[in-house]
Structure formats: structure tokens, C-alpha cells
Write a protein that binds this ligand. Sequence first.
Ligand code: ADP
Ligand code: ZN
Length: 721
Amino acid sequence: MTAEVIVDIAHSEVDKIFEYRADDRVREGCRVKVPFGNKIVDGYVMRLKEGSEYDPAKLKPIKEVVDGSLTEECLRLVERLAERYHCPKALVLRLFLPAEMRRGAVGEQYKNFVVLKDASAEVPSRAKAQAAAAEFMRANLRYGYTELCEKFGRSAVNALIGRGIFALEKERVNRLPYAEAAGAFVPRELTYAQQRVLKEIEASEKTVQLLHGVTGSGKTEVYLTLIAKTLQEGKSAIFLVPEISLTPQMLTQLRARFKEKAAILHSGLSAGEKFDEWWRLRTGQAKIAIGARSAVFAPVENVGVIVIDEEHDGSYSSEQNPRYNTAEVALFRAEYNHCKLILGSATPSVETYRKAAEGEYNLLELPVRINERPMPEMIVADMRREIRRGNDSAFSSALCEELEKCLANKKQAILFLNRRGFAQSVVCRSCGAVVHCAQCDVPLTYHSEEGCLKCHYCGTSYRMLTACPECGGVHLSYRGTGTQKIVGELHRRFPEARILRMDVDTTSGKEGHYKILKQFAAREADILVGTQMVAKGHDFPAVTLVGILDADMSLHFADYRSGERTFQLITQVAGRSGRAQEKGTVVLQTYDPSNYILRFAMEYDYKAFYKHEIALRKATSFPPFARIVRVMVTGEDEKKTLEVLKDVYFSLKELHDSHSGEFLFFNKMKSPVKKIQNKFRYQVLMRLTSDGLLQEVYARSISHKTRDVNVYVEENPANMS
Ligand code: ADP
Ligand code: ZN
């Protein structure tokens, strides 16, 4: 047999199929070691076939079979994605395997067990420890080696093994993340509305189902019921949630309900845990893959349902090559497996909702909260009026009043802020210069706890400045407000309140988010202050107050989606309030109370927002009525980068000139952030009327990539910086 192999070298020059001679151990999808040049490298068997285009006698044999890592479905998906995103197959393959496993840095973990071999053997009673250990094992038969040694001493246990009375057995053990999260599963009767949605999904012929349900309407219960049903049919499921913000409640629920059938995949796990969870899925011991966007590549077979919760979330588009779109990959897998793809959200993205409105997706609705609980009351705090009244702090009087009430009632509050750190930036009062990172074209942010300045793009910390680096002036001022500053002010205003802060800085450790959220859920704190992370999917019954400190912040980004983002953020954060018996309140602080986006959000009127937004997109020809494509050219050497930019630009310009009707916009420019981590960033930005030229744009752009200058294509980028 001949094996078509892809070698694990992500370089476009070796991005082709190599043929090797295969013996009968080799299967499609196997990870293998093959001779390549004068080295032995890892490779993957994409296909097996009879014969070869080359002289079979000259084919080199496969050296070693490592394991059967990839399913048939993965192989086909690799081919498809490599073609779709114009990137080397080896690079796509890496999405399917835990990185540490590929590098051979992690393997199975085994545990030694002692078993009783000879129950009738006499152990002389003067060897006290041995006699006791033998006695113990007669009752237990099998026991952990380390644990047994702790009880009776290593020498006694080893002596009994030496005499053949005990034997050692090695067994593979799984490192199970969040094992302690398991609780008891209490089955719940579905509401009439939830049952109706399930029936509609079952009856629908369409592959994609959009579940549009307000926050707290019981969408999660719908997903879990679907997954449980899939499991009963002997199939597996994929359940995607945004980022690492898997909430403790969600984990508890999943572990309680599905036990070890659920595998959790995310970047916060240790290498060993990741490896074990992945293998449990690959071998079918676990049937439900739960995780952030990368879990869409989970090695499960015979998939019965795929769920993408909070489908509008920005984290579903990858910011690394290949820049895949999670829903697109999920759709391929759903079609391959003939199963349904459920997209759920209280605030679907405009693109998704349009597909549902036009009938491409099936639209399901849960318009009211569970038990008809009211949506939280919105109080608008006009910050301009606060300033006129002499209050220039970050807290409006309305928010202070509500916080006082909330604390007096022994309830919890969440305060949401779009920024982290202490103050936004450091400005010199003499020359007006804003202090920037040396490697990136972005202002630094002051962090009071560490007493340093940090770059939020590359993470570098700088010592505090005493003078302006531009003019030497010593009067520096701090502009803006961050989470640290808010926490400091809260401590002053409410000295008794217990406060937790959740942002990138406080959640970097292993299970960092989980720990903070668990503390908050256990009511070890009264107020949780945080960035976007606090907006996502959490269900804390005691939270009755949500404060949105800077509702307008995201409105002012130069991005066609800023209105949509603001609407989503406000709706999501507000949705954390009043989810249980008590009525919820939201205080929304704004400098622009009459803004239509804020008004729709305050009225919880998604449909009115959608109607307005879609009309605007149509009038201005923005997605979904056009496709924004950004070709990024980045490199450390500005001159070389500019040369490549020019090549890319002219080759695309040719396309533009011959198809000018399909371009709504076409230009080259510096990126809004000119430099990140010492790499200069230039771009060709275009807006296309359809996807007809998309593949040609990819092909032309990527062909100009050099060793020093990277070129990549982004479609409707979530982040335009
Ligand atoms: P969503 O995902 O739409 O925001 P959740 O699924 O978190 O909503 O449900 C909101 C709250 O209602 C949760 O506390 C959940 O436990 C509860 N809940 C969901 N379904 C039911 C049900 N059928 N009966 C009683 N309570 C429910
Ligand atoms: Zn930087």
C-alpha cells in the first residue's frame, strides 16, 4: 500500500502530499514518523491507496506508527479548511491535536495499584507491619500503591511484593479537570415554551437552528436536554461556549448531569488534563466535548448535535492563522454528520439573525424569562447632569443609592467597566504627550497594585515615570478610569463591602476565572467589578443590581459593528441581574441618553434594534450586504514590509480594475495600530459586494508572503485595530 502523508512542517514549500510505503499497521488518520530529507519527522496519513505515480520500489517506508489520532471526518475537514483559508494543511492539522501531545511533551499518566495475589500465604506475626498490610489487603483486594505505603510503610509493602503475596498492577488514570465541581443532578420539568422549542427543532428540516431567547429564558436547559437525548441515541455532542468564561454553575451542572461523559477542553487546563480529556473523547469514553472555539475540532465521532452558545460572541473568530470562523467549521461538521447545529443567543449577530429572518436558518424564540420573571428595571444616569451638579466621580448618585440598597438587603452587585487597570493613560501636562509602549503603537495603562505601566497589546510592564519622556516635564496626569481605580473608590465609599475584581490581570492563573466566579457564587463577596468577562452567561441568583459604568465606551470605536456590540454588551450585562426571585435593577451610566442604540437596549427590544441596524447596513453597504476583507502585511523591517505591501496592493489592484463593479471600497493604508510587538502593520482594505472574488483575493495576497514579511487575510474582522 501507498500512504499519502502530510509532514508536520508548517511551511508552504512542503505543503504537499508525500508518498510513503505503508505496511499493514498503517491506517488513514495515523500519526506516523517518516524519513524526510535527512531527518525523521512527524506526519499524518491522509489516504491509503494501491500503487503510486512514482516507482513503488523507490518509495521510502513509514518508519513508525505513533497512534491513530485523526478520524476520517478530521481528514476531510483538514482538506476543506486548507483550501478555504489558503493555508498549509500541516497548520490546519495542528488545530486538531493538543499542542503538547504533538510535541511529545505529554503522555498518559499511570498509577500503581497493589493487588492481593496469594490470600492464603502465611505472614509471620512478628513482622507486624507486613501482617497488618496483608490483613488489610484481604479485606480490600486492590489498593493504590502510594496510599498503601503511607499506611504500612514502603518496606513492608515491597517485601510482600517480593514474596509474591502482593503484585503490582499499572493502570491508566485520567486527569479530570473540575472533578470537584460535580454535584447532584436534579432533573427539572421543562416549561411549556422550552418543550415547544424542542419540538420545533425536531420537526425542522433545516440544519441550522437559531434560538433567540432573552437572558434567563432557559436556553441552557434546552441545550442540555438536546445533548442528553443525543447521548441516549448513542451519539456524541459538541457544546461551545465563549472564551474561558465557563461559569462554575455551568461546570457543576455539566459534571453533575453527564459525569465523565463530558470532557472539558480549554486553554486554562494543564497539559496533562488537556491530553487526557482529548483522549477520552477520541476513544469514546467521553461523548460531549465542551469548550471554547477550539473545541469545534474535538475528536468525537458520530456527532448528534452541535451547540454554539452566545453565538454573537467575538471570541468565535480566530485571531491566529488559520483565521477560521467557528460557526462555519461547525456547519461543515453538522453537514458531515447529518445533525443539527444550534446557535443560541439573547442578542444574535445581525448577520446570523438575517439568515434566520430570510429563512435560511430556522428561527426559534423564547421571548420571556423562566416563570415570567420580569426583565430588570433600567435606570438611566445622565452623566452630563452629574457633572453639572459637581459630581465628576465614576459613580452617579443613582448608582450609589442602588448600591446602598443592594448591600443593605444583603444582595450582590456586578459593576461592569470596559477597561482594566487603574487609569487609561498617562499624559504630560506640559507638552500633551501620551506615554506609549516602545514596541507597540498604543498608550500604556497605569496599574496601581503593581505600581507600573503596562502595554495591553504585548504585556510588557514599565516602571512608573517621574518625568515625560518627550519634554522632561514632571507634571504627569492620569486620564480615564479602570477597574483598579473603581475598586479603590468602592472601598472608600463602602468600607464594609467585600469586593472582587475580575479582568485579565486577576484571572491569569490556572482556573483563574473559575476561582473568582466560584467565590462570588459562594457569596464570599458583595460586589464583583469587571470587564467584558462579567457580561457572559453567568447565573448568580443573588445578584439584583448591575451597574454599567461607561455604556457609551464601545459606541465610539471606528467600526461598523460598534452599535451592535454596544447593544449586545448592555443586554448581556443587564441580563445578569434579577435572575431569581428578587426583581433586578440596572443602572446605565451614559453621556448620551438619547442614543438610539441605548434606547433599544433599555427597552430590551432586539427586533427594533435589528430593524434599525439592518436598514443602516443596507444603506451603507456593510455586512451582511457586503464583505469586508482586510489583507494584513506585517514585518519587523518597515522597508521590506512596505515592499510586500506594494506587491500585494498592485496584484489586488489588477483584480480591482478588471472587476471594479464588485469592489465598493479598495485602498492601502497603515493599520489603526501601526506597530504591535515591534512588527509594523500595513493593510489593504476592501469591501466586496459578494464572495465571488474571495478565493482569488486570498490566492493573490498570500503568494507575496516572504520569510520576513507575513501576509494574511481577514474576513469581516472582529477587531480592526
Ligand atoms: P439563559 O441561558 O437563557 O440565560 P438559563 O438556562 O440560565 O437561561 O435559565 C435561567 C434560570 O432559570 C436558571 O437559573 C435556570 O436554572 C432556571 N431554569 C431553566 N429552566 C428551568 C425550568 N424548566 N424550570 C425551572 N427553572 C428553570
Ligand atoms: Zn507593547
